[in-house]
Design a protein around this ligand. Structure first.
Ligand SMILES: C[S@@+](CC[C@H](N)C(=O)[O-])C[C@H]1O[C@@H](n2cnc3c(N)ncnc32)[C@H](O)[C@@H]1O
Length: 318
């Protein structure tokens, strides 16, 4: 199935392939739009647009939670149909409108009070003019995965989802109230510390919690795996000692088998986790390279730096 096939709005550019937001992203987007110090504080009077809505599950969740109107724009008839089914399933037809249309040509985007986007760097740039205009009107912008550099580092929240994906909320009113120094502070508190990348922790955390998280994160704390493996070796030594001295019984053999399973499972899990983080960094690098190519830049994009820095970080833990 490629581009230009039946069901695609004629002439519409492919902004991104279908890749629905994860349940965690949907859940956190709902939180991010909600009340509270860190939320956008939307209510029934708001109108949320999803540019490239896919199956519109995100909009259904938002509509259900806040009773606001939502408009999903989807250029592929297959996903627009799927979105209609979701709307029917969640019984939010009175709130959610699904449009089989091109998201780059939305005539009534001025109705939006919130715009959600889960596209890619290049497509975010393609929408720069309309998104910037909306943002200046006071529309809140939420971008899944990619920060919108053209909004001038003004994001007021950056939420970590699924361990790595980031959800950025841009809210001009709050950005002004916070002042530019807050963005600088957010950057300083970056959990990954990649130079030039607008990444901030999701919430203020105490120093103790940060230390605790660092301690139990095998990708950041190189000692935790060594401590675990050392403890397992000590346990095996003890069990073998008991066996050798004739003190062993069936329970000791069971414990040995269970310990071996635990040992291999934990090490396998950490290897998979590390591979997933590396893949994420590679994807980011590819997206940044595509964006830089689109802008005609020759400089190495930060995505590559991010990938190599992440790799270097991961190597330390080996
Ligand atoms: C990454 S998915 C995001 C889906 C949804 N917003 C979510 O977060 O679950 C991007 C969606 O944009 C749609 N899309 C791509 N180009 C588009 C265009 N020009 N107009 C409208 N939708 C488009 C794709 O078909 C796909 O469903």
């Amino acid at each position: 199935m490629g581009d230009g096939e039946e069901g695609i709005v004629a002439g519409a550019p492919k902004l991104a392939p279908f890749n629905p937001s994860s349940p965690d992203v949907i859940h956190r987007t709902c939180d991010l739009l909600g009340p509270g110090k860190h939320g956008a504080g939307i209510g029934e009077d708001d109108v949320v647009f999803d540019l490239g809505c896919g199956d519109a599950r995100l909009l259904c969740a938002v509509a259900l939670k806040y009773g606001c109107r939502c408009v999903g724009v989807e250029y592929d008839a297959r996903f627009a149909e799927r979105a209609e089914k979701e709307v029917e399933h969640y019984k939010v037809g009175h709130l959610v409108e699904v449009r089989h249309a091109d998201a780059t040509k939305v005539a009534d985007l001025d109705r939006a009070t919130v715009i959600f986007m889960y596209l890619n760097v290049q497509s975010n740039l393609a929408l720069q003019e309309v998104v910037t205009a909306a943002y200046r009107r006071g529309v809140k912008i939420v971008s899944n995965m990619f920060s919108l550099k053209y909004l001038g580092d003004d994001f007021v929240e950056a939420v970590v989802c699924d361990g790595i994906t980031r959800l950025y909320l841009y809210d001009q009113m709050r950005a002004k109230a916070k002042g530019s120094s807050t963005c600088a502070e957010d950057e300083a508190q970056s959990s990954l510390g990649e130079k030039g990348e607008e990444v901030a922790p999701p919430r203020e955390k105490s120093a103790f919690m940060k230390k605790l998280e660092w301690f139990f994160d095998p990708l950041r704390n190189p000692y935790i795996i060594k401590i675990f493996n050392g403890a397992m070796v000590a346990l095996f030594a003890l069990l073998l000692f008991l066996m050798y001295h004739g003190l062993g019984n069936i329970h000791i053999y069971n414990i040995i088998i269970l310990s071996l399973c635990l040992f291999f499972m934990v090490n396998w899990f950490i290897r998979e986790y590390r591979a997933a983080v590396e893949q994420e960094a590679r994807d980011k690098a590819a997206a940044a390279t595509a964006a830089a190519a689109a802008e005609g830049e020759e400089a190495v994009p930060e995505g590559d730096e991010a990938a190599s820095e992440t790799k270097a970080e991961l190597k330390k833990t080996n």
